[in-house]
Design a protein. Structure first.
Ligand SMILES: [Zn+2]
Length: 250
């Protein structure tokens, strides 16, 4: 019974804003924890970081070698934008209705495709294969999805729903909560910004990992939980509708 429940739930650890400049001291501690508990996270890597806030953080020159080492250990290297600099407003018209500023929304297909392609070149140069993406600030438009497909990226780590699903010719791994939450069912990704954590936040995260250590999925395990049943589609649609409705009033 217990095993059966476990097959139906799982969480992919998604770390955001991984770049040459980041909170390396906390990253070192997370790395140790992931190795100890055999957790394989997905790292949202900014290939050409120009975000002034992030550039204030510690820089380590062996960043790209470190990424290769993690990738060889089965951690998933994912592309998180290109420069992480917002140069457009969505006015809440973005695909997921998150609103706020964006690096991609509103730009032409050519421009979005160029940014994604430039990012990919940096990963390629460092011998890293990229198959997934998530945009800074969750902000996409139809051209973003077209640009991803043009560049051979098939997976987006964002969106609503309880299980990974297919749309726009891509597979979406839902990302629902800002806090680490293990639902009794469903397969989603977290959103972890360790750059801004304090000691207390790290301790809570460590406790959460320990408590749920058997329920974390690697990226490949997450993809195996893709569902195509009608019930899944209805559940995903209801969650999307509900969350978008709530956001209208925020
Ligand atoms: Zn980010």
């Amino acid at each position: 019974m217990k095993n059966n429940t476990r097959k139906k739930q799982g969480l992919l650890i998604r770390l955001d804003d991984i770049a040459e400049n980041m909170n390396w001291k906390l990253m070192d501690r997370c790395e140790k924890l992931f190795y100890e508990l055999n957790i394989k996270p997905l790292l949202g890597v900014i290939p050409f970081n120009k975000d002034p806030e992030l550039l204030k953080l510690e820089k380590r020159d062996y960043f790209w070698n470190k990424l290769k080492e993690w990738s060889d250990k089965g951690w998933e290297i994912c592309m998180h934008g290109y420069t992480h600099v917002y140069d457009n407003n969505t006015n809440k018209k973005d695909y997921f209705n998150y609103g706020g500023r964006s690096e991609f929304y509103g730009h032409s297909l050519m421009e979005q495709s160029k940014r994604i392609n430039n990012g990919l070149k940096i990963f390629n140069k460092n011998n890293l294969k990229i198959r997934s993406f998530f945009a800074p600030n969750h902000t996409y438009d139809q051209n973003t999805f077209k640009a991803l497909k043009e560049n051979g990226i098939d997976y987006v780590i964002d969106g609503y729903g309880i299980y990974p699903y297919e749309a726009k010719g891509l597979t979406f791994i839902p990302q629902l909560f800002y806090k680490e939450i293990m639902l009794p069912f469903g397969v989603q990704a977290t959103q972890i910004h360790l750059n801004y954590w304090n000691e207390k936040k790290f301790e809570n995260f460590a406790k959460f990992l320990l408590k749920n250590k058997e329920r974390f999925l690697s990226f490949d395990q997450t993809l195996m939980r893709r569902k195509k049943s009608l019930l899944t589609k209805i559940t995903n649609f209801s969650v999307e509708f509900g969350l978008k409705f709530i956001r209208c009033f925020k």
